[in-house]
Design a protein around this ligand. Structure first.
Ligand SMILES: [Fe+2]
Length: 282
């Protein structure tokens, strides 16, 4: 890798008020592959209780897509019935079931409200999965996010991605942040081979498998309890080093809500490949 290759820049704000006062700076920064660290999300939840919760390894990425925040009890014909919420199968005691559900739900809703507060241009975001990762993570590999084994993604997913992570543990979560995808391409000195795939998901998988990431400079960053990191995992290299409890919120952004000077990452793949001296596959 070329010696000029540097990790992506990290912008820091202490509070949601400081972040919203700085708008549109955080939106511009995020849309250009930058990382944002918000020190304190200001979301109310029972931290002492939540820091005792632990999900089994099979629930590593369980989330709203699995109905984890649908009401666990419904009232019908004078009786309460348990629902399809997976917590119902895991927690026999009604009182604890409702306590866990209420904490997860307030975190989900508080997290979504936070985004409309600090990034008001994203108020039309289409929320995707909100995952409650209440399992330990240690020394993950540095990677760019790639799904479905690096397959081409369908057209409706070729939109700007919003991705943020809230540390709900009592201990700091430790990440390492690496360079942006265009910087990685530019400084890879032709070692990725050619032609390169023009589907972002395929390109990320190709870079992850290249073996080049081991020699890339990474910057350590501590996300304090209640801190949030905003990072588009497909366009900035990242790695979780240490963490126990985190909530990840994902959304798709309509192109129209980007800042005027920003472009969707999917529309930039071909220019990025060519600017780095590679050939784009058809
Ligand atoms: Fe990731």
């Amino acid at each position: 890798m070329h010696p000029e290759l540097q990790p992506a820049k990290i912008l820091r704000y202490e509070t949601p008020a400081a972040m919203s006062a700085a708008f549109p700076e955080p939106a511009l920064h995020y849309e250009q592959g930058g990382v944002i660290l918000l020190g304190n999300c200001g979301i109310g939840f029972d931290e002492e209780f939540v820091s005792t919760l632990q999900f089994p390894p099979a629930w590593k990425k369980i989330g709203t897509a699995n109905d984890i925040t649908v009401p666990p009890l419904v009232y019908r014909d004078g009786k309460y019935y348990r629902t399809q919420n997976p917590l119902c199968r895991a927690i026999p005691d009604d009182r604890i079931l409702l306590k866990v559900y209420s904490e997860l739900l307030r975190i989900e809703l508080g997290f979504k409200l936070l985004v409309s507060n600090v990034l008001p241009s994203y108020r039309n975001v289409q929320w995707q999965n909100c995952t409650f990762r209440l399992t330990q993570t240690r020394e993950e590999q540095a990677h760019l996010d790639s799904f479905d084994g690096g397959a081409a993604l369908p057209e409706h997913m070729h939109v700007p991605r919003l991705k943020l992570f809230l540390n709900i543990d009592a201990e700091p979560r430790v990440w390492k942040v690496g360079p942006t995808l265009p910087d990685l391409l530019r400084h890879s000195e032709g070692r990725l081979g050619s032609p390169l795939p023009t589907d972002l998901n395929m390109l990320c998988a190709c870079i992850n498998a290249s073996g080049l990431l081991a020699e890339v400079p990474m910057q350590r960053v501590e996300i304090p309890p209640r801190g949030v990191i905003f990072a588009n995992g497909a366009t900035v290299l990242h790695q979780v080093v240490y963490g126990n409890r985190m909530v990840c919120l994902e959304g798709f952004l309509p192109r129209a809500c980007l800042q005027l000077s920003s472009l969707c990452e999917w529309d930039q793949v071909v220019p990025w490949i060519r600017a780095a001296g590679y050939t784009a596959a058809n």
